[in-house]
Design a protein around this ligand. Structure first.
Ligand SMILES: [Zn+2]
Length: 309
């Protein structure tokens, strides 16, 4: 059997138009400029997602949807918090419904402490996990504009600990210079919630130079390599050797392949992992899928996740 291929960080949109809109609105600036970044030509509805997975031979994907008021058009953005909360709930229900009939998809529901934080946010999460099959949450402190240890999200983290589910957070720099999602901003979260199963995306993104020390201080945290692996060699991104060295410093068994689809291409990302210098084939194969199966406790129809070294 071929090695497991799992994408631990994909986005799914209700329509192609919605995906196209968010791709056009979301700015990727923190690595500087690079001419030959390979972006996915797809928009990210379910048809696109399934075609991308099949085309690249992926067995499973985690839908880690972003809910960001800041990225909405003017009309939707000006709605009340109550309306935004209803939209967040509906968006999460929709994602779980799509995944319910597809064993190759796992959903991490969107959480946003401004829109639906505190106990109501935790109650919504419990409902999504206990009755709709969600297996984690996704947060984006930069676009959602909150610090990761904001008390409004503590009840949500606490629910994640009690439910045994993961938190996938965007990680990276903010244009304002605020620490929002730099690795160091998560230190207090891990200290307060040592049993939280935290995953930092993009290996720290534009703040990747903090990641090795953070990973060393907090061995329970895992990472995904989406986006940053497509930007290697850009002015504020690592070279591929520096990226491989960072993965070795962290421990390759703690790093998972993600693509941030529909931004990046699944096959291209898998090829980039296999092309990394310094890492052994066994370490790369773990990154391609087995690590995610183990770390995220995915309900896989294929393979034997616990047999990974
Ligand atoms: Zn993402």
């Amino acid at each position: 059997m071929a090695d497991l291929r799992i994408d631990c960080h994909m986005h799914l949109y209700e329509t192609k138009a919605a995906g196209r809109r968010e791709k056009a609105t979301y700015q990727i600036w923190e690595y500087g400029t690079k001419d030959d970044v390979v972006f996915s030509p797809l928009d990210g509805d379910i048809e696109d997602a399934e075609a991308a997975m099949t085309g690249a031979g992926f067995d499973h994907a985690v839908i880690a949807n972003l809910f960001a008021v800041a990225l909405l058009d003017d009309v939707l953005r000006s709605a009340s918090i109550e309306v935004q909360a209803e939209r967040l709930v509906a968006f999460n229900r929709w994602a779980c419904e799509v995944a319910a009939t597809r064993r190759q998809l796992t959903v991490f529901v969107a959480a946003d402490p401004t829109v639906l934080g505190g106990d109501p946010g935790a109650a919504h999460l419990r409902e999504m996990v206990e009755h709709h099959g969600a297996k984690g949450i996704k947060i984006h402190p930069v676009v959602q504009r909150f610090m990761p240890d904001d008390p409004r999200i503590h009840p949500i983290y606490q629910a994640c600990v009690e439910l045994g589910i993961a938190v996938l957070s965007h990680a990276g720099s903010a244009r304002t210079g605020a620490a929002y999602a730099e690795p160091r901003a998560f230190a207090n979260v891990v200290r307060k919630f040592p049993d939280l199963r935290l995953v930092l995306a993009h290996l720290g993104g534009g703040a990747w130079r903090q990641t090795a020390a953070f990973a060393d201080a907090f061995p329970q945290v895992s990472f995904d390599l989406c986006e940053i692996i497509a930007w290697t060699g850009a002015p504020n991104a690592p070279t591929s050797s520096e990226l491989a060295k960072l993965i070795l410093d962290i421990g390759p068994q703690r790093v998972m392949l993600g693509t941030d689809f529909p931004w990046y291409d699944l096959a291209d990302t898998a090829n980039r992992v296999m092309d990394l210098p310094l890492l052994s084939d066994e370490q790369k194969i773990g990154i391609l899928g087995a690590n995610a199966a183990r770390i995220l406790r995915l309900p896989l129809p294929l393979g034997s996740p616990t047999a990974n070294p």
